[in-house]
Design a protein around this ligand. Structure first.
Ligand SMILES: Nc1ncnc2c1ncn2[C@@H]1O[C@H](COP(=O)(O)OP(=O)(O)O)[C@@H](O)[C@H]1O
Ligand SMILES: [Mg+2]
Length: 549
């Protein structure tokens, strides 16, 4: 052993890979990510069960969720994961598709590199193809009116097929469309639908079919005192973000009391202060008090006596929603509370859901305040319904904003692929090879949809291309529910155009970026001990790799 000792010239742990090896490694890592989610694509895709280091389980079919939960180390793989996040933020759907397309683009690029096509040429060809693909997509799209609830419901349904919400898909799709219609607003002739205005609360128990849309706000809180009214009609609501308690001193103070009378006086004083606080609320005419902080027992008693419905420790985000919905202003100092700061709602009511009490604030001043209460047998079901509903809400919002949809089931991808090949011919040269590779890469979507449904992918692709060469075949796709190639518009499978566009654009971007990398220098990961205390430490240069600066 002694004679074979290697000479170490790099700092231990520093890694550098160059040229073809770096490229091959990156492509491999990105492809691995795509392969890991491929089996979940489409309505017949499978779910994944992910168990984190704490033993918590997530069961999902959602690409973005799977990749978020995986603990991914490779930098190129991380770049691919990023696009699933972008896709999720922009469109809410199509996360798996984006990643799968990116993987396929890189796979095709790899074989072009083997044929000695330079990565920069491929990257350029891919960019040209992506730009052209967007143009083709626009032509393939058809208009969907923001008030066309029927089409919007189909879009919501398509986004949810394959998620384990199963039979309740129709109920959830209708809820999603109703909710988005409530929050959509027309600004300068353009629609805007911000789904952050839709509050989603979950409570396990009951069944998914019990999920409902509530025109108002839901608080997962009960009234603080059982003697308060359970329901207040025509509520006048005060929002306070300071505590209705006696302030505790910051420093430790001691009070010595020698006389029992003094003790009583001291307590009376406290009582008086709390009573005055409640009086201030009462004087404004408020019948409901929502407090962000605590409410003292005694104050609760006085509030109950005054017939005021009070809730304590309301989340800041909920306070803001309440303010928006009811028109109430959030007040810090009770002295500032007056009639003009109060908000209004037709009803505030404590409702028992499963085994806990919640507060429903309904009939708010702003009709834009809507909430969805998700129900379901177990926490895992409720969580997956939440994810499915998120996708549905987002795609409906996107469809309302853009007003354009395309047929799903791989129909659009095949159409784009066919047109792109014609475009490639018009470009010629080596770029043509890249454009054709790009077109073929898009075929991975119908291919995988068929594969996951147990159909013969080769046959399906041949049939699809055949159909698309005919006049009325542009919307033919893989009908995985009936195991045949058929018209996706007739099968009611439609998606917003933005989902397809974003998937293609971000897949192209990440593939080009990865292709252009030919050198990976990874400095050694420092252990927490080496990193030292956060924000401090003297040896600023200590951690630098040799030769840097
Ligand atoms: N009923 C259906 N028949 C065929 N394809 C469908 C159907 N519903 C959805 N799809 C297709 O499934 C794909 C989306 O699958 P999904 O698992 O949701 O992945 P993603 O994360 O990319 O949205 C889309 O290409 C969509 O057109
Ligand atoms: Mg989807």
């Amino acid at each position: 052993m002694m004679g074979n000792q290697p000479v170490i010239i790099l700092r231990e742990g520093t890694e550098s890979t160059k040229g073809k090896t770096a490229q091959a490694n990156n492509i491999m890592a990105a492809k691995a990510i795509a392969d890991s989610v491929r089996s979940t694509l489409g309505p017949k895709g499978m779910d994944k069960m992910l168990v984190d280091s704490m033993g918590d389980i997530v069961i999902t079919n959602d690409g973005a969720t799977i990749l978020k939960e995986l603990d991914i180390e490779h930098p190129a793989a991380k770049m691919v994961v990023e696009i699933s996040k972008t896709q999720d933020n922009e469109c809410g759907d199509g996360t798996t598709s984006a990643v799968v397309i990116a993987g396929e683009l890189l796979k095709r690029a790899e074989s072009l590199i083997d044929q000695n096509v330079h990565p920069t040429v491929i990257s350029n060809g891919y960019r040209l193809a992506s730009q052209e693909a967007v143009k083709i997509l626009k032509k393939a799209g058809f208009a969907v009116s923001p008030t066309d609830k029927k089409s919007l419901t189909l879009i919501a349904s398509t986004a949810m097929t394959g998620k384990s919400v199963g039979g309740e898909k129709d109920i959830l799709a209708a809820i999603a469309v109703d909710a988005v219609s409530c929050v959509a607003e027309k600004e300068n002739g353009k629609y805007r639908a911000d789904i952050d205005n839709i509050q989603v609360e979950k409570k396990h128990g009951g069944s998914v079919a019990d999920t409902k849309l509530i025109k108002g706000i839901i608080l997962d809180k009960e009234r603080v005192h059982p003697r308060m009214p359970r329901e207040v009609k025509g509520a006048k609501i005060a929002l306070v973000d300071s505590a209705l308690e006696i302030k505790k001193t910051e420093v430790e103070a001691k009070i010595q009391i020698r006389d029992p009378m003094q003790m009583q006086k001291f307590l009376d004083e406290e009582e008086q202060t709390l009573k005055e606080m409640v009086e201030k609320v009462k004087a404004t005419g408020a019948t409901v008090l929502m407090c962000e902080k605590g409410i003292d027992d005694l104050a609760q008693h006085y509030l109950a006596k005054a017939g005021i419905y009070a809730v304590r420790r309301v989340k800041r985000s909920d306070m803001e929603k309440l303010s928006k919905a009811t028109g109430a202003k959030i007040v810090t100092n009770l002295d500032d509370l007056s009639k003009s700061e109060l908000g209004a709602a037709a009803g505030v009511e404590e409702v028992k859901i499963a085994d806990s009490e919640m507060t429903f604030v309904t009939g708010c001043k702003s009709p834009k305040a809507v909430s969805i209460l998700i129900r379901g047998g177990t926490d895992h079901v409720v969580d997956e319904v939440e994810r499915a509903l998120h996708d549905a809400l987002k795609v409906v919002a996107v469809a309302v904003e853009d007003g354009v949809a395309v047929p799903g089931g791989g129909a659009t991808e095949i159409e784009v692929a066919i047109r792109l090949k014609d475009f490639g011919q018009s470009i010629g040269g080596r770029e043509q090879l890249a454009i054709e590779a790009f077109a073929e890469a898009l075929e991975i979507i119908p291919w995988t949809l068929a594969e996951n449904a147990g159909m013969d992918s080769i046959d399906v692709l041949i049939e699809l291309k055949n159909a698309h060469s005919k006049k009325n075949g542009k919307s033919f796709g893989v009908n995985v529910l009936e195991n045949k190639v058929s018209d996706m518009l007739a099968a009611k499978v439609i998606e917003p155009l933005r989902v397809k566009r974003q998937a293609i654009e971000s897949a192209t971007e990440v593939a080009s970026m990865i292709l252009r990398i030919d050198d990976v220098v990874a400095s050694r990961k420092l252990s927490p001990a080496e990193r030292g205390p956060p924000g401090g430490g003297m040896g600023g240069m200590g951690g630098m790799p040799p030769g840097m600066m």
